[in-house]
Design a protein around this ligand. Structure first.
Ligand code: ADP
Ligand code: ADP
Length: 238
């Protein structure tokens, strides 16, 4: 079956419907772009897919589980299989890069260990390998807030690589970056998904980048799916 599925999902914030009657199936290994104007519901959809938000109506299934029906412990285990990167990176600014990259599996101790400058050789090795994959191996010991936006997004991507999830979600991953940096991050995401078979779902403003980097494009508007087509079906002028 699908690796991600929304069944009749509605998301109300008070009396405001951010999403309405969303039915959606995503198969393992698909690369899907969510496009649409600001306020269309893209971020809300991503939050539902990683279980940081629970739908007010309908069901969200990920990796074979109904996310609303799980114990906190099982939810965390499912969430280990779902990595998310964000527009503003969601890194801890005052940590060294090596600690941000490992944050996923060091969990709540990463800050503490960083404060004490504790590092285990294996963590250094794991982080160094991930940073090499995203093209910034030399930044291992830099303070995260000393890096450029594009480099910080690479760190966030390296953190997801270390987490090694089945599904990667990206909420406007390039919205804070210049065009050149944007393309580099998009290339990394696509190549990662292609080489490992990971499912990729990301919200994007650029239909051109959606078309060149994803297989399927879902258009959202005012909380509803306007279109859901293979990227080959969209002409670049649209
Ligand atoms: P997009 O990511 O496409 O810009 P969002 O999912 O962020 O859209 O938002 C969809 C709509 O839901 C917007 O009108 C937004 O203001 C509203 N919304 C999102 N989150 C909340 C919230 N926590 N409380 C109230 N309204 C919200
Ligand atoms: P984005 O950059 O994706 O458009 P926003 O700045 O719209 O994000 O939203 C940032 C945060 O604020 C999100 O967690 C979202 O759920 C929340 N949010 C968005 N719109 C509203 C709203 N109208 N009322 C309360 N919270 C909101």
């Amino acid at each position: 079956g699908p690796i991600l599925e929304l069944k009749q999902v509605g998301q109300w914030f008070g009396s405001f419907p951010a999403l309405a009657e969303i039915n959606l199936q995503i198969q393992a290994g698909e690369r899907v772009a969510l496009v649409g104007p600001s306020g269309a519901g893209k971020s809300t959809l991503i939050s539902l897919l990683n279980g940081t938000l629970f739908p007010t109506q309908g069901e969200v299934w990920a990796i074979g589980r109904n996310l609303s029906m799980l114990s906190p412990r099982t939810l965390r285990r499912v969430q280990q299989q779902i990595g998310t990167i964000y527009q503003r990176f969601h890194l801890v600014d005052n940590l060294r890069v090596v600690h941000n990259v490992n944050a996923g599996h060091l969990g709540r101790w990463s800050w503490f260990k960083s404060a004490l400058s504790l590092l285990w050789p294996l963590e250094v090795e794991v982080a160094a390998k991930a940073l090499t994959q995203v093209g910034i191996p030399e930044k291992l010991y830099d303070r995260t807030d000393q890096l450029s936006g594009g480099q910080q997004q690479r760190v966030a991507l390296a953190r997801v690589l270390v987490q090694n999830p089945t599904v990667i979600l990206a909420d406007e991953p390039i919205a804070s970056l210049d065009p050149e940096r944007s393309r580099e991050i998009m290339d990394l995401l696509r190549n990662l998904s292609q080489s490992t078979g990971k499912t990729l779902v990301m919200s994007l403003h650029s239909i051109e980048l959606a078309q060149s980097h994803c297989d399927r494009i879902i258009g959202l508007r005012q909380g509803q799916i306007l279109f859901d087509v293979p990227s080959t079906a969209i002409s670049p002028e649209m």
